[in-house]
Design a protein around this ligand. Structure first.
Ligand SMILES: NC(=O)c1ccc[n+]([C@@H]2O[C@H](COP(=O)([O-])OP(=O)(O)OC[C@H]3O[C@@H](n4cnc5c(N)ncnc54)[C@H](O)[C@@H]3O)[C@@H](O)[C@H]2O)c1
Length: 86
């Protein structure tokens, strides 16, 4: 699959599979790769060797856990909390 010029989001990107996907997408010409991870099992060591300005790592523990695993009701709570923080 060609990812040339695409912006790619990888959830779990600090894990075993996600970090390899990150490398592949960057090597294949992605415009930007955004890694979302709560670092529950993944580590920064899996990504720190990638020196590439197109890689952005987001590790917002609370937001990610709520966004990917919780119910709609709790997602609304997340949005409310984000609003409070801004
Ligand atoms: N050298 C090797 O061959 C090797 C090394 C490690 C693992 N493995 C194998 O790879 C497989 C596991 O790889 P994987 O990549 O699926 O697992 P992983 O645990 O490495 O990656 C999952 C990622 O998702 C993240 N995550 C989990 N819940 C999240 C949430 N709610 N929000 C955001 N991020 C979240 C974790 O922090 C982690 O970074 C297993 O079969 C394992 O045996 C092989």
């Amino acid at each position: 699959m060609s990812v040339n010029g695409m912006n790619v989001l990888i959830t779990g990107g600090a894990g075993f599979i996600g970090s390899h996907l990150t490398e592949e997408y960057l090597a294949n010409g992605a415009n930007k790769v955004v890694v979302y991870d709560d670092f529950s099992t993944g580590t920064m060591e899996n990504l720190e060797h990638i020196k590439d300005g197109r890689l952005k790592i987001i590790m917002d523990l609370f937001l990610i856990k709520m966004d990917l695993t919780m119910s709609f009701k709790k997602r609304r709570l997340t949005l409310w909390i984000i609003k409070q923080q801004n």
